[in-house]
Ligand binder design. Structure first.
Ligand code: ATP
Ligand code: MG
Length: 154
């Protein structure tokens, strides 16, 4: 019997690159009981969930994920915090996903975040800021691949 592996076309690949972002609901928001409210905001804003899991990162995994921030003064605290409890990781889809999701979550520091944004509503400080959102299409793909295999995407 002939098996054919469905390879995405070039157009489909390009669309996946610009229409997807990666997010985490961070340990503070999970502990404070905001998973449901945040997923609801994400869904109401028109994002479709392509992949999702509930896991706790170890130091090695969090260190690898945040390797770009290795030289920043807050790196150790960031790793400590991100491994302090479970997180929800997800790949989201919407046209212009990266930019629209950054708008939905608001500024890194919740005190600077616009009214109605996820960080303004659910975050208390710059280090415990409720959610992560990819900052570019390239990083969205890298971060999604870090957490999810092809079989875990729908
Ligand atoms: P994220 O990558 O989590 O979506 P971001 O892109 O808005 O956030 P980054 O500059 O990538 O911000 O920083 C990554 C994370 O490191 C921030 O979300 C925050 O939790 C933490 N962080 C950033 N700046 C500071 C700071 N000055 N002090 C403490 N923690 C910080
Ligand atoms: Mg960032």
């Amino acid at each position: 019997m002939k098996h054919s592996l469905q390879l995405p076309t070039f157009e489909k690949k390009m669309k996946m690159l610009t229409n997807r972002t990666f997010t985490m609901i961070k340990p503070d928001a999970v502990k404070n009981g905001h998973i449901g409210a945040i997923l609801n905001d994400i869904s109401e804003a028109g994002f479709k969930i392509i992949a999702m899991k509930y896991i706790q990162l170890n130091k090695e995994q969090a260190g690898a994920f945040y390797a770009v921030h290795k030289e920043r003064p807050f790196y150790n605290d960031l790793i400590e915090f991100m491994t302090s409890g479970p997180i929800v990781a997800a790949i989201l889809e919407k046209e212009g996903a990266v930019e629209d999701f950054r708008k939905l979550i608001g500024a890194t520091d919740p005190a600077q975040a616009d009214e109605g944004t996820i960080r303004q509503k659910y975050a208390k400080s710059i280090d415990a800021n409720a959610v992560h959102g990819s900052d570019s299409n390239e990083n969205a793909a890298i971060e999604g691949d870090f957490f999810f295999s092809k079989l875990e995407r729908f």
